[in-house]
Design a protein around this ligand. Structure first.
Ligand code: FEO
Length: 406
């Protein structure tokens, strides 16, 4: 338990060795954050879910703060996804009189997931809740960041924005939960984890994210306290600006970076990939290399999101694209990573076919990637194939640099 500011406390629990949403690998874990606001009345904003004995931690925290669980008057549910609301059933066992404050959509989901309908107050933009002692909470609808039910809660006294998933990041919290207590390197770690989180969980909703940033930016924010990751107490603008950039990357020009996504059956395409890695090193451009299916979708997505250039390398497989590459490209398409500069090469045995499937995926998701002419080679790449690939990669790097410099 830590103190965010006078009368506001955080309970944060790290989760590791699980797939987030049953799907996303988290090599560095994630924190789940819950907040307690003490006015004359007490409210809990979001919660930490029931895994890992968390209700006990919550009850211990309440004990430390001399708050009887039965005296908690309000549960504010910014977003109903069970990583934030899964503890309600446990909480109900000890306090049957609390009131839930949430959006209309959250109320519907609360009934659908937990059958909970008692004492639910639905709020909308600019509605307020007075906890006493000047803690007047104001609600802001930020739908589709990333579920349609999402709101943010703003404490007008302290300028604290409880943003739930918005402005969150992966990465477990170890040394401190607050940006003012972390080194630049530690902040960089959470920035990388924010990119992973954004690209995996929020990216498809980049337009609603932009609207949410615009809306929240009208508030006199002093602290951003998200449901995942660290609290931004020293520099809340940093995470707002970072999220603005991540949202903008959806439309195309991102960083001066290249991501290679590749697969190989018997090492023929791999020979050309090794050559491309040397070329990128010579070109001194930042690049990421991901082999599929060995690398998780989440890791691939994180570097695709920040890369302006993408290189796809794969053999033809049963007249189509190497299946793991097709699968990850489908996911990239669903996240709407548009307008990348791209190049494809790879090996085939007796027939091509990868291009047709690649075109289908690009069209299906309206990705509008700008591809250089592909290079395919029969069996192993010959010297002339490697030379041609090298030439294309150099063109790609040059075009990426031109685009980024604008
Ligand atoms: Fe952190 Fe959408 O739940």
């Amino acid at each position: 338990m830590t103190k965010v500011i006078e009368n506001i406390y955080q309970l944060s629990v790290n989760m590791e060795d699980i797939l987030f949403e049953g799907l996303w690998e988290m090599p560095n874990g994630v924190s789940l954050n819950s907040y307690i606001i003490k006015g004359e009345k007490t409210a809990i904003v979001d919660g930490v879910c029931g895994w890992d004995g968390v209700p006990e931690s919550l009850f211990a925290l309440l004990d430390k703060l001399n708050i009887a669980p039965e005296s908690i008057e309000y549960l504010i549910i910014n977003h109903m996804e069970p990583d934030h609301s899964g503890w309600i059933e446990d909480f109900k066992k000890i306090n049957s009189n609390f009131k839930v404050v949430c959006s209309k959509k959250s109320a519907e989901l609360l009934e659908a997931f937990y059958g909970h309908t008692n004492n639910v107050t639905c709020v909308t933009d600019n509605d307020t809740l007075d906890l006493g002692n000047n803690h007047i909470l104001k609600f802001v609808e930020i739908p589709n960041v990333h579920w349609p039910d999402t709101i943010a809660t703003f404490d007008t006294l302290t300028g604290t924005l409880f943003s739930c998933d918005a402005f969150g990041s992966f990465g477990k919290v170890t040394k401190s939960n607050y940006d003012d207590e972390l080194s630049d390197e530690e902040i960089d770690f959470y920035e990388r984890e924010a990119v992973r989180y954004y690209s995996n969980i929020v990216a498809a909703f980049s337009t609603p994210v932009k609207k949410a940033i615009d809306k929240c930016s009208t508030l006199p924010i002093k602290i951003i306290a998200p449901g995942h990751g660290i609290v931004w107490r020293k520099n809340p603008n940093k995470i707002l600006e970072d999220y603005s950039r991540y949202a903008a990357y959806q439309k195309g020009i991102a960083k001066e970076e290249v991501t290679i996504i590749w697969g190989s059956m018997y090492g023929m395409t791999e020979k050309a990939v090794q050559h491309v890695i040397k070329v990128l090193e010579q070109e001194k451009i930042k690049f990421h290399v991901h082999r599929v299916p060995e690398t998780s979708w989440g890791t691939v997505l994180a570097s695709v999101w920040t890369s302006t250039g993408i290189i796809l390398a794969m053999p033809t497989y049963e007249y189509k694209m190497f299946p793991p590459l097709a699968a990850v490209l489908e996911e990239i398409g669903k996240k709407k990573a548009f307008n990348r500069k791209a190049f494809r090469f790879g090996s085939y045995g007796w027939s091509g076919g990868a291009q047709k499937e690649l075109d289908e995926i690009m069209n299906k998701h309206c990705m509008k990637w700008d591809f250089l002419e592909p290079v395919e080679f029969k069996g192993a790449p010959r010297e002339e194939d490697l030379n041609l690939i090298e030439q294309k990669v150099k063109v790609l790097v040059s075009e990426v640099r031109t685009l980024v410099k604008g």
